[in-house]
Design a protein around this ligand. Structure first.
Ligand code: AMP
Ligand code: MN
Ligand code: MN
Ligand code: MN
Length: 277
């Protein structure tokens, strides 16, 4: 059985492994087809592709785009994109552009809470300074002993209503899907079960996503519980969307899902890799 893992992060965004180390770990975990999907960034893909070639694996060029949809942040994964497409590159650069100012504001908020040095502390964890994000702040807060682990940070800090939260406008859904389409990729809604939408709001998102050219949703992801998998498998079928599978791996020992350690897609799902094989 071919093991697919179509969502993970390297030091090009908020993962802790270099693209090469990530690919080698995926190989050790038995992954045959891996998509590297860094946040708003494709700069890790060359190294990942070279490493995958050496490891006898297939590397799918991917990216995870941050989107603001009706005041909510949602993530859209682009799979099998041309990572050199100018429209994709320009869009991603624009999406990255706001991160430095947002990071300053996060650090200011934390300073008001009595937590000094957060900006420098977060950047120390960023392998790519253009891609400073909340995970880097989370690692700093754990290092400082403010919170016991990264998972807990995202309950007590950096999220709506908690210290260190800063609202931010990312790309629109239409923009993100336009960039992926221009780059010849397949657009997949990432970890839908994480958005805390009721069924009506979720259906509106899926309706709009599909109308704008979205092709698939993540059904099996490190973010879904075993109970959520059939819920999103049924929604994929209802909306005629393909089903994707990805760990969303960021770092060993940080509490997230390991590379390739994923349940099988429910039998009635149409796998997203049918879109490119
Ligand atoms: P950003 O793009 O800077 O807003 O950061 C988003 C990232 O924060 C996600 O990709 C995750 O890596 C991390 N994150 C968000 N929520 C959680 C959570 N509940 N647990 C662990 N990591 C989270
Ligand atoms: Mn992340
Ligand atoms: Mn995500
Ligand atoms: Mn991710």
């Amino acid at each position: 059985m071919t093991v697919y893992d179509l969502h993970c992060h390297s030091t090009a965004s908020d993962g802790v492994l270099s693209p090469r180390a990530l690919v080698e770990r995926a190989r050790d975990m038995g992954v045959a087809v891996l998509a590297l999907t860094d946040h708003d960034e494709v700069r890790g893909l060359d190294e990942a592709a070279e490493a995958a070639h050496g490891a006898g694996m297939r590397l799918i060029a991917g990216v995870e785009i941050s989107v603001t949809w009706r005041t909510h942040t949602v993530h859209v994964v682009g799979l099998d994109v041309d990572p050199a497409h100018p429209r994709l590159l320009a869009g991603l650069a624009a999406n990255r552009g706001g991160r430095a100012e947002r990071a300053r504001r996060i650090a200011d908020e934390l300073a008001r809470m009595g937590i000094a040095g957060a900006l420098e502390g977060a950047y120390a964890y960023a392998g790519n300074h253009d891609l400073i994000g909340r995970t880097h702040f989370a690692r700093f807060l754990v290092e400082r002993g403010v919170v016991k682990d990264v998972k807990t940070v995202f309950k007590k800090f950096l999220v709506k209503g908690k210290p260190g939260y800063v609202a931010h406008a990312w790309a629109t859904l239409g923009e993100a899907l336009g960039w992926i389409d221009a780059a010849g990729g397949v657009a997949v809604l990432a970890h839908p079960g994480r958005y805390a939408f009721g069924p009506a709001r979720m259906r509106q998102l899926l309706e709009e996503f599909r109308a704008l050219g979205g092709i698939g949703i993540e059904v099996v992801t490190g973010s879904h519980t075993a109970e959520q998998v059939p819920v999103y498998a049924d929604l994929a079928a209802e909306f005629g969307l393909l089903a994707s599978v990805g760990s969303d791996f960021h770092a060993p020992g940080e509490g997230g899902r390991e590379l390739g350690r994923l349940a099988r897609l429910p039998a009635h799902c149409r796998p997203v890799w049918h879109a490119w094989t």
